[in-house]
Design a protein around this ligand. Structure first.
Ligand SMILES: C[C@](O)(CO)[C@H](O)COP(=O)(O)OP(=O)(O)OC[C@H]1O[C@@H](n2ccc(N)nc2=O)[C@H](O)[C@@H]1O
Ligand SMILES: Nc1ncnc2c1ncn2[C@@H]1O[C@H](COP(=O)(O)OP(=O)(O)OP(=O)(O)O)[C@@H](O)[C@H]1O
Length: 308
């Protein structure tokens, strides 16, 4: 095998309950991840060794309308770090070119870098034939970042601990989403720090049974009533302009509007596909949104789409 392409989804958080800061600086979460049909593609190709790089050479291209200027092209890229980590763990690892074809917004609160890391783990694992299994990959993913394990699994899942301990949740419905993207990202660490400032005595996070019932009912309306994000006040404090974006989507008929993860992407749940198209069109026409895209969820996790 000389080339493998893996497709990896973005996420939106259906619930994000955040506890107090831990001794290690992280926060315990109850994080209900939901994979949506905005995908990056990660292609790993066997390469000739070269003087400038030993294991990974990285190239990045954006899909039309996407902005990839904030994506590191060096070894700090999370996909490159994933390949290095897998090589160190398994003793495998011949030189590879990793090509990231990005459609997930950068620094948008939709776990784009994490998705690329998950894709690189799956693709390198296959190309190198390391023989390690899915559970081992999940453990490596959790070391790389709190959001990296989820795109390996996809679907809908509850993340506890700092978000990396995953329990899949059955979600029989198909939900239609609109995402209002922002060209200026938010740093996840800054948003958690703002959360600590605004809420110094946060309680331990707990799951929402109404959300689980809504997912079981497969009704978009019920799901819309239960979406919640403890980081939203912090994201809005750092980016007050997002209030108008959320309001514009509600006025356009969205069932619910919420900041996605640490933001600044705003997520809108629509009644159906036609409703999502209407909300996206209204957002594009408003002054309060730079770009709006539609997607559905949930979708599977990292999937090999080509191998040769
Ligand atoms: C906001 C979410 O996207 C929700 O899914 C995630 O919790 C963030 O996950 P991530 O980007 O993979 O985050 P990491 O790379 O693990 O951590 C980045 C920074 O976010 C903060 N962080 C992250 C996760 C967590 N449970 N508590 C935290 O306080 C820490 O300051 C950390 O230094
Ligand atoms: N493969 C990658 N794609 C995008 N950004 C990356 C990547 N690797 C590292 N980064 C860095 O990580 C930062 C956060 O990017 P990312 O797109 O993952 O944010 P995010 O979606 O807000 O993350 P999360 O939702 O997991 O908190 C970027 O500003 C960039 O400097």
């Amino acid at each position: 095998m000389t080339a493998v392409t893996v497709r990896v989804p973005a996420k939106v958080n259906l619930q994000l309950a955040v506890g107090p800061a831990r001794e290690d600086g992280y926060h315990d979460l109850v994080n209900v991840f939901h994979a949506v049909s905005l995908f990056d593609e990660v292609t790993v190709t066997a390469a000739r060794p070269c003087a400038e790089w030993s294991l990974v050479r990285l190239t990045v291209d954006g899909q039309p309308g996407g902005d990839t200027t904030g994506v590191p092209r060096d070894a700090t890229n999370l996909a490159a770090r994933a390949a290095h980590r897998l090589a160190a763990e398994t003793g495998a690892g011949t030189p590879v070119n990793i090509q990231l074809s990005k459609r997930i917004p950068v620094a948008g609160g939709m776990a784009g870098g994490s998705a690329d890391a998950a894709g690189a783990l799956v693709a390198c694992n296959m190309l190198w034939g390391t023989g390690i299994d899915h559970d081992d990959l999940l453990a490596l993913a959790a070391e790389l970042g709190s959001d990296v394990a989820f795109p390996l699994v996809g679907g809908t899942a509850v993340g506890t601990g700092r978000g990396e301990i995953l329990t899949p949740v059955s979600s029989p419905g198909r939900y239609h989403w609109v995402f209002a993207l922002s060209s200026v990202g938010l740093s996840t660490a800054d948003v958690f720090a703002e959360y600590d400032r605004l809420r110094p005595h946060a309680p331990e996070p707990s799951g929402d049974t109404a959300l689980m019932s809504a997912l079981a009912s497969a009704e978009a309306h019920a799901l819309g009533e239960t979406l919640s994000n403890d980081l939203e006040p912090a994201a809005l404090s750092l980016r007050p302009d997002l209030r108008a974006t959320l309001e514009a989507g509600r006025e356009a008929g969205a069932l619910a509007a919420v900041v996605s993860g640490s933001g600044p992407t705003c997520a809108f749940l629509a009644r159906d596909g036609a409703g999502a198209a209407r909300v996206a069109a209204a957002l594009r026409e408003s002054r309060h949104c730079e770009r709006a895209v539609t997607a559905h969820g949930d979708v599977p996790g990292a999937t090999v789409v080509r191998g040769s």
